[in-house]
Design a binder for this molecule. Sequence first.
Ligand code: C2O
Ligand code: CU
Length: 469
Amino acid sequence: MSVTRRVMLGGMGATVVAQAAPRPLLAAPAMLREIVARPGQAELLEPVQPKSPVWGYGGGVPGPEIRTRQGKDFAVQLLNKLPQPTTIHWHGIRNDNAMDGVAGLTQDAVAPGETFAYRFAPPDAGTFWYHPHNRTWEQLARGLYGAFIVEERNPPAVDHDRVLIFDDWRVGDDGKIDDASFGNFHDLSHAGRLGNILTVNGQFSHDVLVKAGERVRLRLVNAANARVMTISFPRHTPRVIALDGQPVSPFPMPTAGMRLAPAQRADVILDATEDVGRKTPIQVATGRANLVAGHLIYHPTQRKRRAALSENVVLPSNPMPTALRDVPDVVVKLDMTGGARSWFESAVYRGKTYDVRTLAREHQKVWAFNGIAGPPEVPLAQFAVGQTVHVQMINRTAWPHAMHFHGYHVREVAHSHRAPLPHWRDTIFMARDEQITVGFRAHNPGKWMLHCHMLEHQAGGMATWFEVT
Ligand code: C2O
Ligand code: CU
């Protein structure tokens, strides 16, 4: 799917837009606040163009930026004012299972007009996000998502701490989301729903205001249904300090940029090393397009003394379960099959075997894990708390995927094409032909989803779950 010229031109000729004030929702302990999921409007296109009807938390896109503290009790009530049942999933939080927000697995979907109280104490500090887990492919694409920031007990000193949420949309010139194409077979069986415009924090062009010499922590989030984006800040050399909410030993962002698959996040430290009055692009490479999503706008006259920048930022580690053992207690194989150009012949769905045509036509399932189009009624595997688990993921499809584990962060222990990376992640990007074995220590009991975060793939069968008892 190509990106329209409007994006290219619009992005390049972007005008300076005043920075939208963040809308923090600081959760006081034991205090129940409300998030209303409801229809609203967003200015996704350029200001002169029509507004877009969306679904949003609080009616806006993105939803309120929620900030809370590591280990502190967080509570919020979801009120559903949508025409569909919904839930909230707190993506990346090693959560209590009952608070994970998965309709049909950890809770019933919340009917229109109803409420659900979420309450938990996030164990890890970092950059997370929240979104529905019911008809996610539609609800997320209509605008239901927001940043969930868990602050460190002693956050590193920076001049600004900003969230940048990247998303793509399929909208017409009338501003309307193309809803006729939701769940269509082509998206389902190919690369997922790819949009024709790109936004950052719900804006067609989003600018970050800085002063020369300042240090900025940017929290990058890919909230697109299916689009992989490579984000860069030309003329700057940001350092990556966390991935998917987990601190990493800092490394310079590759010059080509930071690749984020859907649902992945990166925290970077960007030092404003350009001079006063400068303007540099925030760039997103995706497919064959290279888009300007906004700018770093330097204050025309003011600067900050550079001495403050000498120290490197290293985040304190999160309380992850103890080191993985080389010899796992359990090895689970996950054969990923199906999709266009690599159709399986047949697969099991709800206990019955179907040929691919029937399965596609009658149930819109075209992908499978271990020959089962999901989500299945029984878990992929069961583990006991304390066991070391290896999951051997084999991508036999013609497509890339973004494999997301609920309740856990996992680490590569083997990779078919390169040395395994040491980072803890909740979403693993897999190119075609890749095999990646990941490991984790079962510490968090419950029923946990494992699915592709390219949401049409998830809907089309790339979903399973495992149980920890
Ligand atoms: Cu971000 Cu199963 O979800
Ligand atoms: Cu996928």
